[in-house]
Design a protein around this ligand. Structure first.
Ligand SMILES: [Zn+2]
Length: 83
């Protein structure tokens, strides 16, 4: 009798949750922690208080203005399959 060899190691994608958003209006940069449960569609700049929205059909403000794309994008290897 043989047992199935189960992969004991789970290769987990390391998801970076910190993203630095650069405001397109005042170029103020702010380090934010991204939510993993939902995409953030709006972001209010902490400096000029303008509300940022995603550009070019991006799913969230982090994909448009952040240094790191949102967690679902990272998990899908760069494909915009979230939301
Ligand atoms: Zn701003």
């Amino acid at each position: 009798m043989k047992f199935w060899n189960r992969k004991s190691k789970e290769e987990k994608t390391v998801v970076e949750l910190n993203s630095e958003i650069t405001c397109p209006y005042c170029e103020h940069q702010s380090m934010e922690v991204m939510p993993t449960t939902a995409c953030q569609y709006f972001y209010e700049c902490t400096n000029c208080n303008k509300v940022l929205k995603p550009i070019n059909n991006d799913c969230c403000v982090y994909c448009s203005y952040g240094t790191v794309p949102c967690p679902p994008i990272q998990e899908n290897g760069g494909e915009s399959a979230c939301c």
